[in-house]
Design a protein around this ligand. Sequence first.
Ligand SMILES: Nc1ncnc2c1ncn2[C@@H]1O[C@H](COP(=O)(O)OP(=O)(O)OP(=O)(O)O)[C@@H](O)[C@H]1O
Ligand SMILES: [Mg+2]
Length: 321
Amino acid sequence: MDDRQPGRPGGGASQVTTTTQDALTVRGEASTQAAPATQADSPSTGGDVVLRLRDAALRFGDRTLWSGLNLDVAAGEFIAILGANGSGKSSLLKAILGQLPLSAGTAEFLGAPIKGGNRRIGYVPQQKLADEGVPLRAEDLIGLGVDGHRWGIPLPSKARRAAIDKLIHDVHAERYRHEPLSDLSGGEQQRLRIGQALAGDPRLLLCDEPLLSLDLAYQTVVSELVDKSRRTRNLGVLFVTHDINPILPMVDRVIYLAGGKIRIGTPDEVLRTEVLSELYGSPVDVVRTRGRIVVVGAVEPCITHTAPPSDGHTHKGDAHA
Ligand SMILES: Nc1ncnc2c1ncn2[C@@H]1O[C@H](COP(=O)(O)OP(=O)(O)OP(=O)(O)O)[C@@H](O)[C@H]1O
Ligand SMILES: [Mg+2]
C-alpha cells in the first residue's frame, strides 16, 4: 500500500504517456509493471479495506472464468473492470454480492465472509432500461431502494420522504422525479439507478456497465456522479466498462480480465502494449492518442474504443484503431 490519500483526484491516469507515479508495490518492491494477480494487490489509496479477495476463482463446469484473484479494495477507491464479452466481469460482481459462490478462495466484505443480500453493497446491474408501460415514476425507483428491503415495518413516511428527497437531489433528478420511468432518457434512468443503489448507504458500489447506451455527454454525467459519490461517501467503487476513456481521469486502478487471466494495477501499469500482449497471448497495441487509450488488435473483442458505435456499446468484432 502506498501513502497517497484516499480518493485523491486524478486516479492513476493523469496523463497516460508520462511515466507512472502510481508504482504498484509487489512484495515490497516498487514496480511499474502490472502484477499477475497472484499476490495481494493492495489498494492504491490507503483507505480502510472494504473488500478483500484471496485466491478467488470462479468456474462453470470445466471452464475457468478467472482464478488466483487477490484484491483489496479501499474505501474511496475507484477501480475499473475491463475485459471482453464473456470474460467474467458481471460474474465477478455477482460473486462479490454473494449471488455466485466462489469455486475457490475467500471473499470478505468489511472483515466478514460475504453473504448474499448485504445492504452495504450497492449494485447497479447490467440491464436494459425501462420498458414502456412500466408503471413506475422516477422517484418510485428511488423509493424502492429506500424501503424495498424492509419487510413489514416501513420507514416513517417523513423519514422516507426525506431519504428520497436527498437521493433525488444527489443524483440531480429533481426535474423529472414525477415522470414515468419509461419516458426518461437512458442517462436519466441510469442516474436514478445509481441513486437507488446509494439508498442503502453502501460502503462498496458495484456498477455493471452503467455507461451502456449512453452518449458521450451522459457518459460524463454518470461517471462524474459515481466519482462524486465515492468521494463524498468514501465508497469503494468497482465499475465495469468496455471503454476506459470516459472514466480515465477518475480511475485509481484497473482489473483486466482476459482468457482466464487477470492483471491489476493503475491504468498506466496495465494498459500497456507488453502487458496486454502477454495477457492475451498475442500481439496487441495500446495506443495513446489525444488523451485517450485505444487497444488495437486484441483477438477477443476490443475493450476500449475511440468512439462508441451508435448504440454506445462495443460489439463483438469491433476493431477500433
Ligand atoms: N450461472 C452461470 N452458469 C454457467 N455459466 C455462466 C453463468 N453465469 C455466467 N456464465 C457464463 O460465464 C461467462 C462470463 O459471463 P459474464 O456475464 O460474467 O461475462 P461478462 O464479462 O460480464 O460479459 P459482457 O461483457 O458480455 O457483459 C459467459 O460465458 C457466461 O455464459
Ligand atoms: Mg457483463
